[in-house]
Write a protein that binds this ligand. Structure first.
Ligand code: FEO
Length: 394
């Protein structure tokens, strides 16, 4: 995609990565991604906001081919998918200074070996004039790292938010208008990247209310011409509201755990509780964590392998604990052949969640009548907990 004018004197100069399928060697990217950089040309100075992933440096440099001078390169975030091309850009524009937060400076030096004297730091609320355009810097720690910040372009009312409000979505149009698809990609992105910072984002959303914003330009995915939609979605995701939903990630080896999962899911459904099942052996991790954004309850289902939970379940539990979804209740179901400490192992891995743990149901071999009754009891308990807590929304 060629550079795109998004407002007078403001250009998208990023790179679309249609083929990338994994981020952080962990996160599936079914729709690719983009690394958005923006060039702002004032009457006196020129600023580049962020760069691109190192793998896409050539694309960025081709966009800058006719740009004679850059005075400032704003680095909102030191993570390499935005800062990775900095050394090459600095090499071309010998007088350019990197503008970043005080916490960003040491990170850029450590991660990219940027020279100390090429970096200037800006405080929260500080401004930088480009002539007829003014950049206001807003410190926004922990979206996604401690050094992250936003830039508000005052005259054009554009808020550049780097990772926040982003989506892993490759598109040929920077103003991609299939909103349902943007919303789905944004939710996947929020779940995988931003969910651990939910309470911090609540505060940032409050802070940006004082700005009149006509456009939000994140560093991944489409630019939002109607900020109300994306901001509204985030307000809902970071709120304390949960839905009348039970998420069941599971693995089955010889079918016993599958029978239990299906039985529990059926009763919950009959009780009016929505169920989202994820067979982790084949499930898209992104879909699983998206379901965790709103769900009230998580039921982890695992067979016992040797003395503990199935390793694939262990991985999903570890990820869930790290992402800190706003779950209210959890339980564990599963099976074993001769013994083991599967329940103790899983509960020991959930220290990051503020959840009430409901009595697990673990059976030896194939479930029998008393085991199905125990699952019915668990389903009733979950249903009642949802009702007692007025969790009706699906
Ligand atoms: Fe898109 Fe935290 O980097």
């Amino acid at each position: 995609m060629k550079p795109k004018k998004i407002k007078e004197g403001v250009f998208w100069t990023g790179a679309v990565d249609w083929d990338r399928r994994l981020f952080d060697a962990l996160i599936p990217l079914p729709d690719g991604t983009s690394y958005n950089a923006y060039l702002i040309c004032g009457t006196e100075k020129t600023a580049l906001l962020d760069t691109v992933d190192p793998s896409m440096t050539a694309v960025l440099m081709s966009h800058l081919e006719d740009v004679k001078s850059i005075d400032f390169i704003v680095s909102h975030h030191a993570e390499q998918d935005h800062s990775g091309a900095l050394p090459i850009v600095l090499d071309k524009y010998k007088n350019a200074k990197v503008v970043t937060s005080p916490k960003g400076k040491p990170m850029l030096i450590e991660h990219l070996h940027i020279q100390d004297d090429r970096i200037i730091t800006v405080n929260d609320g500080e401004t930088l004039s480009l002539g007829n355009k003014t950049l206001e810097f807003i410190h926004a720690p922990w979206v996604h790292w401690p050094e992250t910040m936003f830039t508000y372009l005052r005259e054009d009312k554009i808020l550049f938010t780097c990772d926040l409000f982003g989506s892993h979505l490759a598109a040929s149009d920077i103003f991609y208008h299939e909103y349902w698809k943007v919303c789905e990609a944004s939710k996947r992105y929020y779940a995988e990247v931003m969910m651990p910072f939910r309470t911090t984002i609540q505060k940032h959303l409050e802070r940006i209310k004082k700005y009149e914003v006509s456009m939000i330009a994140p560093s991944h995915g489409p630019v939002h011409k109607d900020p109300k939609c994306i901001v509204g979605s985030h307000q809902e995701w970071v709120s304390d509201n949960v839905s009348n939903t039970v998420v069941i990630p599971y693995v089955t080896m010889h079918g016993s755990t599958q029978v239990m999962v299906d039985y529990l899911a059926e009763i919950l459904s009959d009780n009016g509780v929505q169920v989202e099942k994820f067979n982790l052996s084949v499930a898209d991790t992104g879909k699983f964590v998206m379901a965790l954004v709103d769900a009230a309850t998580l039921v982890i289902a695992s067979p016992t392998v040797l003395s503990g939970a199935h390793p694939v379940v262990v991985s999903a539990v570890f990820l869930t604990n790290a992402l800190k979804p706003k779950l209210k209740f959890t339980s564990i179901i599963g099976s074993y052949g001769w013994g083991g400490r599967m329940v103790e192992q899983i509960t020991g891995m959930l220290s990051g969640l503020k959840v009430e743990i409901l009595a697990p149901v673990v059976v030896k071999g194939q479930p029998v009548k008393k085991d199905f009754e125990a699952l019915e009891t668990l389903a009733s308990e979950i249903t009642n907990k949802h009702k007692e807590n007025k969790i009706y929304r699906i």
